[in-house]
Design a protein around this ligand. Structure first.
Ligand code: DAH
Length: 359
């Protein structure tokens, strides 16, 4: 091979080696125009030069391949990530929104507001029992006085497993915290019979096959309340909820009930409060009606007490069920329920202790 050809190859070699360090996709060096041009030149050369020249270009290609392989294996060693680190540490590209030091994380607003709500009820003498995230047909429906085939079962858009329990019934992701009523009533029945009323609130996560929009989520939080004793009236129910709402919204409110239907309460009520944000003058929150619908409630149906072995001729009770997100949305002017599960830091940081400033 003549001097000129080997110089040509050496020039390309140094150009490509220098370029390699700057390339993100190292392997693309093997497709570079300079290397291609060297190969293309083979057919233009006199026959006696072709073999030696072709071999030299192949060697160059091999050397480059070797360099690419080496850089790939060292890149792999480097790219092992620390799974316990704040996410941005592991990113070589876009480091925003930046490192998240442990001290600027914060409790999720659902958890912190739920704690406030529970505190109010604890102050009123209620105990707290958590609900569960998988349940059976009996607790979701049967024990709540929804007989087999009852049309109200369909209102709950329940998620069910394909697997069945010993009774051949599908397991259910609870669509309301009322699934806990029967357990609570059975558990506290001895105390009731010893003269202590049952007073329990039950927070929990619930699931419905909803079309998701600004007001509906498939996964959300509810809180159930159950109170059973002697001489319990609907007046006790209304007073309990009014005291709670005044305490949570830190305002004096009026309340209003309308008849409704639930199989597990009789009578059943829809419970509204006067708008604490405009004093009923009319605002966006209450849709200029002065009233906001808050929850469903009622006097516990005698069948529900009987299913738990409680003497419904001696004891009466009331119950309610409410959506936690709805309470929080109203209190903080949040307009889209999807924000809660969105993982959006700008949303969550507004609830951190320091008001969520820069980290
Ligand atoms: N479980 C009902 C729901 O999710 C809410 C409810 C209404 C619960 C009335 C109650 C009640 O305990 O008494 O729609």
């Amino acid at each position: 091979m003549n001097q000129e050809l080997s110089e040509q190859i050496n020039n390309v070699k140094s150009v490509l080696e220098a370029r390699l360090s700057t390339l993100e996709d190292k392997r693309s060096i093997l497709r570079s125009v300079e290397l291609k041009a060297l190969y293309e030149q083979i057919k233009t050369l006199p026959d006696e030069n072709k073999a030696a020249y072709g071999q030299a270009v192949n060697e160059l290609r091999q050397q480059l391949s070797q360099l690419v392989a080496e850089s790939e294996s060292s890149a792999q060693a480097l790219s092992a990530i620390d799974v316990s680190a704040p996410f941005a540490i592991n990113s070589t590209k876009d480091r925003r929104p930046g490192l998240l030091p442990a001290n600027s994380g914060s409790e999720h607003p659902i958890m912190s507001e739920q704690a406030k709500i529970l505190d109010i009820f604890k102050g009123m003498g209620f105990s707290v029992v958590e609900s569960r995230e998988i349940d059976d047909d009996w607790h979701m429906f049967g024990a709540l006085n929804f007989p087999e085939g009852h049309p109200a079962r369909d209102h709950y858009d329940t998620f069910m497993t394909t697997q069945t329990d010993v009774n051949g019934k599908q397991w259910i992701a609870p669509a309301h915290t009322s699934t806990m009523q029967n357990r609570i009533l059975e558990h506290y029945k001895p105390d009731l019979e010893n003269g202590s009323p049952i007073a329990v609130v039950i927070p929990g996560r619930v699931f419905r096959n909803e079309d998701v929009d600004a007001r509906h989520e498939h996964t959300f939080y509810q809180m159930e309340g159950v109170y059973v004793g002697e001489n319990v009236s609907i007046g006790n129910l209304i007073a309990t909820l009014k005291v709670f709402l005044e305490s949570y919204y830190e305002a004096e409110i009026k309340v209003k009930t309308q008849p409704f239907y639930f199989p597990f309460t009789e009578p059943s009520l829809e419970f509204s409060m006067s708008c604490p944000f405009c004093n009923q003058a009319g605002c966006r929150v209450c849709s200029y009606s002065g009233w906001i619908e808050m929850l469903g409630c009622g006097m516990i149906h005698p069948n529900v007490l009987k299913f738990a072995g409680i003497d419904a001729s001696k004891y009466q009770g009331f119950a309610w069920g409410c959506g936690i997100e709805r309470f929080i949305m109203l209190k903080h002017g949040i307009e889209d329920i999807r924000l809660f599960e969105s993982g959006r830091l700008d949303f969550l940081r507004q609830f951190s202790l320091g008001g969520g400033g820069e980290q």
